[in-house]
Design a protein around this ligand. Structure first.
Ligand code: PLP
Length: 415
């Protein structure tokens, strides 16, 4: 059975062009880039070229501002713990209620260590509460860490505005953004619209490079202590022999993403919008999570009332369709995702949310297949649901009485 892969916010297929660029560094160019002999110059130059490429594509950053890491989780941990280690006098941090666990869990750990952390709420479309954000900025705020695009809903935070407000309030507050889902998809200009961003994290495997490579932009002058101590690689900012092939792969993947961005965005948006339109039309009691907010073009997160996401995923998988019921890191747990809870997705749908995330490798035929099978999966599961009246093909009135009025789909639509 052919796989229809619609889980590209979890990870992506490595592009053939990326594999080709990486291959020499697994075969004849295997030397340690720190070695002194001539043969090591190839890998060392390849790292230097990759750094220049990434710096340029992120909007004229300086190559020395790009630090290679093993993943976005490491980039986020380095950004947050590195900043804290370099600035022991301030103990207040601002983040959001919908961050990826690679920031969210770090922030909770900081609470346990005695830091003051504000988790800024979002509205029911996943948009950040700007008023709350402004009120949260304090004289002792050390760091703001807000994601650029959400991995579950695809909702985009206005980083340009939030970072500007931060610096206007106090230029010494450090601004970090986790741009793991947006790098390669959205315009990022570190000398232009993102000029107030001090630290930016990204990861290769979300943009058709392999898993196990990430980067952290650290604006020159930003106080941030190394997180991994040991050798002097990366100018003493991160110990560990560089993963040359993957670094080359990350640069090639970003280059490809930017070269093809207009073409990819147009195709992917058209497919995502058609999928959304058809599902909304064919399935009653289905809502688009974050559908009214600015969103990544590749992401569609639908809330199917009265059923469980796990059941939907299992049945989709029987058709070869790969999707997700939350972030890859939280799926497998029966706890509803903290992102959907923060968005106040109603009780009847918080367990029935499914995320489709597309890439340049998807086709219209694949989307046709999802449009064909998904509505049938939803209605067959609803027939088994205690909240659903199989004969009337609509919610069971006595089931609904058990629910809080404010959690009803209709009630939410009116808000
Ligand atoms: N941040 C966001 C927004 C993500 O979506 C992910 C991965 O899902 C991560 C961080 C972690 O990325 P990595 O797997 O490279 O550590």
């Amino acid at each position: 059975m052919a796989i229809i892969y619609l889980d590209n916010n979890a990870t992506t297929q490595v592009a053939p062009e990326v594999v080709e660029a990486m291959t020499p560094f697994f075969t004849d160019q295997y030397f340690n880039p720190s070695s002194m002999y001539e043969a090591a110059r190839g890998p060392a130059d390849a790292i230097s070229d990759a750094r220049k490429t990434i710096a340029k594509l992120l909007g004229r950053a300086k190559p020395s501002e790009i630090l290679f890491t093993s993943c976005a989780s490491e980039s986020n941990n380095t950004a947050i713990f590195g900043t804290i280690a370099a600035n022991p006098d301030r103990k207040h941090i601002i983040t959001s209620a919908v961050e990826h666990p690679a920031v969210f869990e770090v922030a909770h750990d900081l609470v346990r260590r005695g830091f003051g952390v504000d988790f800024i709420p979002v509205d029911d479309q996943g948009r950040i509460d700007k008023g709350e954000f402004v009120r949260a900025l304090r004289p002792d705020t050390l760091l703001v860490s807000l994601m650029h695009a959400n991995n579950e809903s695809g909702v985009i935070f206005p980083i340009e505005e939030l970072s500007r407000i931060t610096k206007e309030t106090d230029p010494s507050i450090i601004f970090h953004t986790d741009a793991t889902q947006s790098v390669g998809k959205l315009e990022i200009d570190l000398r232009g619209s993102f000029k107030n961003v001090d630290l930016l994290s990204c990861s290769g495997h979300k943009l058709h490079a392999p898993k196990g490579i990430g980067a952290l932009f650290i604006r020159r002058g930003t106080p941030c202590r190394p997180y991994l101590l040991g050798g002097h690689q990366e100018d003493g900012r991160r110990a560990g022999t560089e993963n040359v092939a993957f670094i080359v792969g990350l640069a090639r993947a970003l280059e490809l993403a930017m070269d093809r961005r207009d073409e990819d965005v147009a195709r992917i948006t058209a497919m995502r919008d058609r999928l959304q339109r058809e599902l909304v039309e064919r399935i009653p009691y289905l809502e688009v999570n974050g559908g009214e907010a600015p969103r990544l073009d590749n992401t569609l997160n639908v809330a199917c009332h009265f059923i469980e996401g796990e059941g939907i995923l299992y049945q989709l998988s029987e058709h070869g369709i790969c999707a997700s019921s939350g972030s890859a890191c939280t799926s497998g747990s029966l706890e509803p995702s903290h992102v959907l809870r923060a968005m106040k997705v109603p009780f009847t749908a918080v367990h029935g949310s499914v995320r489709f995330s597309l890439s340049r490798y998807n086709t219209e035929t694949e989307i046709d297949k999802v449009i064909e099978v998904f509505p049938e999966i939803v209605s067959s599961l609803r027939r088994l649901s205690p909240y659903w009246d199989a004969t009337a093909d609509q919610p069971r009135p006595e089931g609904l009485e058990m629910l809080n009025e404010t959690e009803m789909p209709q009630a939410r639509e009116q808000r």
